[in-house]
Design a binder for this molecule. Sequence first.
Ligand code: AR6
Length: 178
Amino acid sequence: MDERVEVIHGDITKVEVDAIVNAANSSLLGGGGVDGAIHRAGGPAILAECIKIREKQGGCPTGEAVITTAGRLPAKYVFHTVGPVWRGGEKDEPRLLANCYRNSLALAVKNAVKTIAFPNISTGVYRFPKELAAEIALKTVAAFLQENQQIKKVYFVCFDGENYELYLRKIDELKARA
Ligand code: AR6
């Protein structure tokens, strides 16, 4: 696994990076989980920019990502990406989840972001199986980093203990296979 990848157990709103990624929904109007936490901690400036994006492009499709201010958060930007709802795995969910990570990293490159933090997209309300989600997240980010030197650090911020343990184990497995 790439040395620039790090796993943290905690709250993404507290992480000091250039950009944090939000697991949003396509309305961009906020919600529960990490989305609710980011809007609460970052304040109304984030929602104001989301509303402007909605007016311009009508929300954000699944797998895509958009950029706003981070308001009062220690980060500079919030990247809002929309993970797939798990519907059994035959609805292109794995590819769409990989797109969330790839498109967020592409947005990072475009905006001169060097440090970025991801939550465990889709593994809450959207019910994506956690182990498969971790595998997709780690492999997609590792592949992107192989082709990119601008990004200096990628944090996976695991809020729940189950995801944290899973990420540590998956990284060990990937290292052992390398
Ligand atoms: N920091 C980091 N991770 C967090 C935090 C936090 N403060 N709070 C929760 N998580 P979810 P989804 C983790 O449900 O499955 C929203 O209503 C949580 O433990 O937030 O992509 C949106 O508006 C879980 O592992 O996002 C959408 O409607 C992970 O974040 C919908 O939920 C993702 O859980 C998106 O569902």
